[in-house]
Structure formats: structure tokens, C-alpha cells
Design a protein around this ligand. Structure first.
Ligand SMILES: NC(=O)c1ccc[n+]([C@@H]2O[C@H](COP(=O)([O-])OP(=O)(O)OC[C@H]3O[C@@H](n4cnc5c(N)ncnc54)[C@H](O)[C@@H]3O)[C@@H](O)[C@H]2O)c1
Length: 277
């Protein structure tokens, strides 16, 4: 199933102090955007990385780029809305590596439509990819994590997990649900040395948000809405994913990290600026 062979890091001094050495990680939606950046960061920290994406061309290209740098990365095609496709990916990873230590449930999609314009099919699609898929992918890897007595699962949530947003009712419902799933899985996996956490990104200039980030209206205007004053980049999410995948976060489970430039923490009303003079 894998489209690329594995290339090994030759320089053993490069392996010193790597935070994910000896870990095998699957990143769904790893071909582009936030997932691609997480793949970079994981591989950079010594993990064997499976770039799993429905868009196999992007996954292949990304894996190839990392392999050229001597990293241990392979690409695979998966449709996270299809249980058979997920099982086939998991079986192949187990056959090739014998273990899965980290699963990042990152693949996601968003429909922007009015409340009454959302069809039942729109609703089902949003729940399927953003909530059901992380559940099925997790169920597929958990038996192997239990067998190896270790694992971490990272679900990519959203600022939409914490607040209503107009024209995204199904996406918001699914992203709110992913926090419940994160907490419940953490509880179910207590005592198994498997931790489950979420990352909630804010406005990130990935392909997902390209049209908003590049628009002369929303690009600069939305950048000013958070406390940092810029759009987030995919790389802004990757460090937290490394942290949650590593032993540095060994006392964290059932919780989430928000990375949104302070957008949820505090916002100014129109015309309101901090007074310094
Ligand atoms: N970009 C943002 O501002 C933002 C904010 C909050 C949360 N998120 C979440 O972060 C995650 C990644 O978003 P992104 O911005 O990188 O999106 P993106 O659209 O840039 O990339 C998503 C990747 O997932 C893949 N994918 C889509 N459907 C798939 C399927 N059925 N099976 C396998 N792979 C599939 C795509 O091919 C793509 O490579 C998503 O869960 C998204 O909801 C993004």
C-alpha cells in the first residue's frame, strides 16, 4: 500500500535528544496544511511517520520531501470516512512497523452554509469526517496500543469546539463533539497507558482557509481580531502536537490545548483599544 520506501537517518548524532525516537505515528490528512506540518515536526523529532491522506498526490509529495532530508516517512492513501480503508491502513502499518504509538486524527472538512441550507447529507458528511472518523480511526489502533501498553491519540478540534459560529452548524456540532469524545476515550483508556488529548486551532492559513486568508477583505481584517494580530500558520500547531505525542505531556489526558492567538480568551469591542498613554 505504501508508495514510498523507507529511508533511514544515517547520522547517529542526529538522533540524540529526539523527543519521538522509537515512535511510529499516523497523521491523517497529513498531505497538506496542519497535518503536513505535524508530519514535519514528528519526523524531525525522530518518529517514523505515516502521511495518510485521501489526496495521495499531496501525501506522496510531502513524504518524498521529508525522505529527501533523511527522515523516515511513508505515504499512504486513506479515506477516514471508510472503515475498510482505515483498517487496511492500520494492518499495513502494523505489518511494516509492528507498532503504532501515536495517532493524530487531523483530517477534517468544513461546509459553510446557512442553518436552513444545510441538507441532511451536509450534516451527515460533517459529522462523519470530523467526529465519526476520529472515533473509527481510534478504535482501529487502540487494540494494538493496549497490546504494547502505550499510545497517545491527538484529536484536532477547533475554536468552533468552544463557541457557536454562523453558517457552520454541522461543523461546530462535530467539533464540539470531538472534545466529548476526547474526554470519554481518555476515561475509557485509564490505566492502559494511552492518553487522549485535543488541540484546538484558531484561524490557521492552511489550504482550508486559503480563500479567507488571501482575500483583501478578510485576510488583514481577521488577522487583527486576535491578540497576537496575525493569522496562525500550520507550524504554530505542530509544536503542541509533538508535546502531546511525547512523554513531556505524560500527566495530561482528556484535555485540550487552544492555539488561537488569544481569540477565545479576550477580544476588543469595535473601536476599543488598550490605553497606554
Ligand atoms: N485551518 C484552520 O483554520 C483550522 C482551524 C481549526 C481547526 N482546523 C482543523 O484542523 C484540521 C486540519 O485542517 P487544515 O486546515 O490543515 O485543512 P486542509 O484542508 O488544509 O487539509 C486537510 C487534509 O485532510 C485531507 N482529507 C480530507 N478528507 C479526507 C478523508 N476523507 N480522508 C483522509 N484525508 C482527508 C485533505 O486531503 C487535506 O490534505 C481539520 O480537522 C480542521 O477542521 C483547522
Amino acid at each position: 500500500m505504501f508508495n514510498n520506501s523507507i529511508s533511514r537517518i544515517n547520522n547517529s548524532s542526529d538522533m540524540a535528544n529526539m523527543r519521538l525516537e522509537d515512535k511510529t505515528a499516523i497523521v491523517t490528512g497529513g498531505g497538506k496544511g496542519i497535518g503536513a506540518s505535524i508530519c514535519n515536526a514528528f519526523a524531525n523529532e525522530g518518529a517514523k511517520v505515516i502521511v495518510a491522506d485521501i489526496d495521495i498526490e499531496s501525501a506522496d509529495m510531502h513524504a518524498e520531501k521529508l525522505k529527501q532530508k533523511g527522515m523516515e516517512v511513508v505515504s499512504t492513501k486513506v479515506d477516514v470516512t471508510d472503515p475498510e480503508s482505515i483498517n487496511s491502513m492500520v494492518q499495513t502499518v502494523l505489518k511494516d512497523y509492528g507498532q503504532i504509538d501515536v495517532l493524530v486524527n487531523n483530517a477534517g472538512a468544513r461546509i459553510i452554509k446557512g442553518l436552513m441550507q444545510h441538507s441532511l447529507d451536509d450534516w451527515n458528511q460533517m459529522i462523519q469526517i470530523n467526529l465519526t472518523a476520529p472515533f473509527i480511526c481510534s478504535q482501529a489502533v487502540i487494540p494494538h496500543m493496549i497490546k504494547h501498553n502505550r499510545g497517545t491519540i491527538i484529536n484536532i478540534a477547533s475554536i468552533a469546539s468552544f463557541m457557536g459560529r454562523p453558517n457552520r452548524c454541522a461543523y461546530v456540532a462535530a467539533k464540539t463533539g470531538i472534545l466529548g469524545l476526547t474526554r470519554s476515550m481518555a476515561a475509557d483508556l485509564a490505566g492502559k497507558n494511552i492518553r487522549v488529548n485535543a488541540i484546538a486551532p484558531g484561524m490557521i492559513a492552511s489550504p482550508f482557509n486559503q480563500s479567507f486568508a488571501q482575500s483583501s477583505d478578510t485576510g488583514p481584517a481577521w488577522a487583527q481580531e486576535n491578540l497576537i494580530g496575525r493569522w496562525g500558520q500550520p507550524v504554530d500547531i505542530a509544536g503542541a502536537a509533538v508535546f502531546l505525542a511525547s512523554e513531556e505531556s505524560s500527566f495530561m489526558t482528556g484535555t485540550e490545548i487552544k492555539i488561537e492567538g488569544g481569540w477565545l480568551g479576550a477580544r476588543s469591542r469595535s473601536g476599543e483599544v488598550p490605553l497606554w498613554d
